[in-house]
Design a protein around this ligand. Structure first.
Ligand code: ADP
Length: 484
């Protein structure tokens, strides 16, 4: 079993209204380790009734929480932040066990996740208003920003810690209580965060975690009129459904959805830096991030050299159980994810692509998959249109800057894009021409709590992190003082 310094961080109940509780029916579901198939825990399978109670508890907790000063709320968030850092070893072990990513990546995620509490604890103090020059001599006009109310979050399995904190941090800092439904593959990180919330002094009802049926919990979060705001990270398909459900009572929504990131290597790039960027952007978390490079475009002059260097770098990746030292790529989340990668490889090969590295399930079994490179990829192949969400690097060849910009933008997605070039003019031209919410120039890793994360087109609505991340939890109120 798991070797935790503090075994009480492994929770098998939900946290609602400050209490650890089972499902009304007593039903549970298994949480398994994708690297071994072993059962790690059983957590409650909750549904509408329990979700409603969590929402009602949040509504009761709201007046006192919003009445606190920003500094008082910051003190609680800061304490929670410190507790996460103090327990980062255990949180990383739990995260790797339920999700599969290498321990070093889990530690990185826990620290990154905690940074949203530190950042938003401070941003909460800067929710400034405005005084507006009045068009009337006897009136004064003000605009203030206030918490929107009870907020809900639905989060995915690929970042079981950080996708939660980047929603809960701004919500709580702004004065909004939050009800969270974590992904069913990875509820243990969420429940451990709830235990630390209790220790940090987050009042009952201000943060609740409900695990179980996505359909039932999601339906209640969208339909309950007490909830004024939903923040979702996951697939575009489910995001669209939730947005439609939230339309009924005009809930505010933030959506962080799928991507189909282009990664462009120009002839004038530093090829070693580009290879390093491609490795981190493509193979981190076994290719299962929404900002992973999905389509790698390489200019003709450096195509073969880049492919060779990438293959050499890929050969150095160490595949295995993420809890073992030195492992750089863990298993994929499940067999369905493996099948999608296989489908994309088979489709590319059938249409003329060549596998120059990997290409198959890994000898370790379970959902381990070899890091793969396919060359000779064209825009008729599935990898050009769909998000692979796995360790497959498809290399497209291109000739001109204009051509690659058109191809890169030819998608309904618009989350992250990357390119490598040492030409300053090109750096500005291409960064401005790419229709994406985020662009990495000469880097494959761009996420930080201080910068706005989010997409355009069908990749989402709203921004997380940065000074903009708190906006989604605020409403503007205009006050007109007349008769002066
Ligand atoms: P992924 O491909 O990352 O699993 P999903 O969009 O399927 O993306 O899931 C992201 C989150 O949305 C998870 O917490 C999942 O349980 C939840 N989810 C899936 N289907 C629904 C639904 N119909 N209503 C509400 N939440 C859902």
């Amino acid at each position: 079993m798991l070797n935790l310094k503090d075994p009480s961080l492994l929770k098998q109940q939900c946290y609602i209204d400050g209490q650890w509780v089972a499902a009304d029916s007593g039903a549970t579901f298994e949480v398994t380790n994708p690297a071994t198939g072993e059962t790690l825990a059983r957590v409650p399978r909750m549904g509408e009734a329990e979700t409603r109670r969590a929402i009602e508890a949040a509504e009761r907790a709201w007046p006192a929480w919003r009445a606190k000063t920003a500094k008082e709320r910051a003190t609680v968030l800061r304490k929670w932040y410190e507790l996460i850092l103090e327990n980062q070893d255990d949180l990383a072990v739990l995260l790797t066990a339920e999700q599969g990513k290498p321990l070093a990546e889990s530690r990185g995620e826990v620290v990154y996740g905690a940074s949203f509490f530190e950042w938003f604890a401070e941003e909460g103090k800067r929710i400034y208003g405005e005084t507006i020059p009045s068009p009337w001599p006897d009136r004064r006009l003000l605009a203030i920003r206030q918490p929107i109310g009870v907020a809900a979050a639905v989060t995915p399995w690929n970042f079981p810690n950080a996708m939660i904190t980047r929603k809960v941090g701004p919500a709580l800092a702004a004065g909004c209580p939050m009800v969270l439904k974590p992904a069913s593959q990875t509820p243990l990180s969420a429940l451990a965060l709830a235990e630390l919330a209790a220790r940090a002094g987050v009042p009952a009802g201000v943060f609740s975690v409900v695990t179980g049926s996505a359909k039932e919990i999601g339906a209640e979060l969208c339909a309950n009129p007490i909830v004024r705001k939903l923040s979702f990270t996951g697939s575009t398909e489910i995001g669209r459904e939730l947005m439609a459900a939230c339309a009924k009572d005009i809930k505010k929504v933030s959506l962080e959805l799928g991507g189909n990131a282009p990664f462009i290597v120009f002839d004038d790039a530093d090829l070693d830096a580009a290879v390093e960027g491609a490795i981190v952007s493509k193979y981190r978390n076994a290719g299962q991030t929404c900002v992973c490079a999905n389509r790698i475009y390489v200019q003709s002059g450096v195509y073969d050299a880049f492919a060779d260097k990438l293959a050499t770098a890929v050969a150095k990746l160490k595949i295995g159980n993420g809890l073992e030292p030195g492992v750089t790529q863990g298993p994929m989340i499940d067999m369905k994810a493996v099948e999608k990668v296989e489908e994309h490889i088979a489709d590319a090969v059938a249409k003329g692509g060549q596998v120059i590295a990997g290409g198959r399930r890994h000898a370790l079994g379970h959902s381990f998959f070899e890091p793969t490179i396919v060359t000779g990829v064209t825009c008729e192949m599935k990898v050009a249109r769909e998000e692979t969400f796995g360790p497959l690097a498809p290399l497209f060849r291109f000739d001109s800057e204009q051509e690659v910009i058109e191809q890169a933008n030819d998608t309904e997605y618009g989350l992250a894009a990357y390119f490598f070039s040492r030409d300053l003019g090109r750096a500005f031209r291409v960064a401005e021409a790419l229709e994406y919410g985020m662009v990495g120039v000469n880097s494959g890793l761009i996420s930080t709590e201080v910068a706005p994360f989010g997409g355009v087109k069908q990749s989402g609505l709203g921004r997380e992190g940065s000074r903009h991340g708190i906006e989604d939890y605020l409403e503007i109120k205009y006050i007109c003082l007349a008769g002066l």
